[in-house]
Design a binder for this molecule. Sequence first.
Ligand code: CA
Ligand code: CA
Length: 109
Amino acid sequence: MAPSDEADEGMTLAELAALVVTLATLGLFWAWAWTAMLNRSSSSPVCRQPPAILGDCDGDADVSDLEATLCWGIESLSVPTSACPACDYNGDGVVTVQEAQWATWNARR
Ligand SMILES: [Ca+2]
Ligand SMILES: [Ca+2]
C-alpha cells in the first residue's frame, strides 16, 4: 500500500512538472508572438507615404531645404516646435526623427 502511494505521488509530481514546463513554453511562445506582432505594427509607419505638407512652414504648398533644415533643428536642437508647427505631423508638440525625415523627403520632391 505504501509503495503504491509513493508511486502515485511521484506520478503526480512528474505530471505537475510537465504541466509547468508546458505552460512556461506556451507563455514564452505567446510572449514572443505578441512582441513580434507589436514590432510589426510599430514599424509599419516607416513605410507609410509622408504627408505632403509636412515641413511646409510658410504654407506655400512646397517644402524648401530651409524648412526641412528647420524641422531637423526642432528635432535635434532646442528650437521650439512653435517655430514651425508644420514639422509636427501628429501635433504632439514633439518633432521626431521620423517627422524630420518626412520633411526632408518632401523637400526633395
Ligand atoms: Ca514652404
Ligand atoms: Ca510629432
